[in-house]
Every structure is written in structure tokens, then in C-alpha cells.
Design a protein around this ligand. Sequence first.
Ligand SMILES: NC(=O)c1ccc[n+]([C@@H]2O[C@H](COP(=O)([O-])OP(=O)(O)OC[C@H]3O[C@@H](n4cnc5c(N)ncnc54)[C@H](OP(=O)(O)O)[C@@H]3O)[C@@H](O)[C@H]2O)c1
Length: 307
Amino acid sequence: MNVLVIGATGDVGSEAAKFAVQKGHTARALVRKTSNRDKLGEAKDRIEFFEGDMLDKASLEAAMDGMEGLIISIRLTPAEVEKGRTYQDVELGGIKNLVDVAKEKGIKKIIHVSAAGVGPHCVSDMYRAKHQAEETIRHSGIDYTIFKPSGMFKDFQMFHIPMVLKLGETNTWPTGPLHFRMNPLSHIDLAQCMADALTNPAASNKSFAIGGPDCVMQGDFLNMIAKEAGINAHYTEGVSKEQLIERVKANPQKSFFTAEQLQDFLNDSIIDHTPIKETFGITFERVEEYLKKAVPEVKAALAKQQK
Ligand SMILES: NC(=O)c1ccc[n+]([C@@H]2O[C@H](COP(=O)([O-])OP(=O)(O)OC[C@H]3O[C@@H](n4cnc5c(N)ncnc54)[C@H](OP(=O)(O)O)[C@@H]3O)[C@@H](O)[C@H]2O)c1
């Protein structure tokens, strides 16, 4: 299949593009001048690059010429925010543009990444845009597979692991609740499912909540990190969702997320891994395996920074 990848220089999109090429698809990537093409590794030489932007419809028309499938893995990045763009502009407006052009060009299949917990009840700019984008795709008349992932391992490397290492021996997690469950997953496993969904009839016209095989409580997950790092920490005290939201409302400029965003994505949730296993037949990386690799890596990187 001839596939156009939008977000091919992002974390998830680059892996999905690599799997698509590996599976024998012909891939084209919509990139900007500033996009990091090296993210595609060796697949870079087997992918055609097309300069454009989701908010520039003319560039999408040119990029979609001759294409049959779309893989969409985009988000409002800090660089987009600097341009004055909002969730509404990029995560909804961009998707509307893509769907309009996809209809014109006779695209047969759309693969899209949203997030777990996104739905009509959401109150934040981020999740409302994601929900409306999902709806735009579902009502496009084009065959689709929408993936709604739980938290991804790659983000734990940025925040949870360094924070546990920094806190050392303690029982207090100062930044959030301990009793929420999640099914963390590797973005590489997600990407493999995305590439498979291009041609897998069992994934046709479906939206999948997707998580890994392990359902873990946040507190237990932090204890696992500490154990792997050889730190004698056992987390028993957290900050409730309500307390966190009140804190952010009192000092909005100090928080990375808004109160509404926390309302939407801080939720106790269990994702059944069975439909994913049955549909894609992929063995996902387990939390324990991931931590065995990631904790020493983060430790080494922090030690290097301190030198
Ligand atoms: N991280 C998690 O735990 C998690 C959990 C659930 C869902 N998700 C969702 O998964 C999706 C993928 O996340 P990610 O971490 O892979 O994102 P990422 O690495 O930040 O990649 C985002 C991609 O979007 C592209 N993009 C942004 N604005 C664009 C525009 N106007 N025109 C064309 N391309 C544009 C970027 O292009 P450039 O490379 O040119 O900047 C980049 O390639 C997101 O929707 C995210 O919300 C993530």
C-alpha cells in the first residue's frame, strides 16, 4: 500500500513508518523544514519526504497524490504552541484538513492515534480536540483504525524514573495520586499494531483502547522503579486528584497542565489487553522488562549530567 505518514518524525509516528516499510509498504512522510528526519534511522533512505504542514491544505493535496493509506500520529508540540497554534488548530483543524483531502483523493484507510480516556465527557482543550478529531475520522466514510493508548513507557523515562531516583528513601509521592491503575505500554508495540492495522481486516472501522498486558497501580509502579534502582522507598502517601486540581487552580502559571487537563487524564482505568492480543497477535513488552532496561539507563544518564 502507498502510505503517507503524518508525524513521521515523532516518537510513535517514526516507529510506525519504520514498521510500515518493513512490512513492504511504500511510505511517504509529511515533514517540515525543522523536522528531525534522523528519527527514522535506516528507514530514512527508503522513505520519500514531502514538505508540508497539516494546516496548509495545498501541501496535503500534493502529499496525498497517489496515496492509499494515512498513518496519523500528531500532537500539539511546544514548537507549534510557539507559533501561536492551539489544540483546536492542530489536533482538530489539522485532522479536519487531512480528512477533507483524504476524501478528495480516495484514501482507503486511516490509522490514527488518540489517547485512552478521550470521549464526549471530556472538559479540556486537549481531550475535546482529540475527541472531535476521532469523530471526524469515524464519520469520514473511510475505513479507519483509531488507537487510544494508555501511558507510554517513554514518558516514564522523562519524569517518573528520574523523580524516584531524586527522591531516594521516602514514602511520599508529591506530584499525584497512588491509587490509579494504568496499563503502560511501549510506543514501539503500539507502532507495530498501527502498521499491522493498515491491512488487518479485524481492525477495520474500530477504535481500540490500547495498553500493555500489565495493569499496575501508580504506587506499585513507583515501588518497582525504586526496587530496580536499589532504593529503599515504599510509596504510601500521594496527592489526591482533587488536591492536585485545587493546587493548579490556585497557581495556574506554575503547572505544566491545566486543571481541566488533569481532570481528563488523571483517571483510574483498566484496559483489557485481550482484544489487542487477539487482533494483532503481538507480544508486548512487560513493565518489569522495561524497568530492568530503563532504570539503569536513566541512572547512567543522570550520573553523566552531574559530572
Ligand atoms: N506519550 C504518551 O504517553 C501518550 C499517551 C497517549 C496518547 N499519546 C498520543 O500519541 C500521539 C503521538 O505522540 P508522540 O509522543 O509520538 O508525539 P511527538 O513525538 O511529539 O510527535 C508529534 C508529531 O506531530 C507532528 N506535527 C505537529 N504539528 C504538525 C503540523 N502542523 N503539521 C505536520 N506535522 C505536525 C510533529 O512534526 P515535527 O517532527 O515536524 O515537529 C511530530 O512529528 C499524540 O497524539 C499523543 O497525544 C501519547
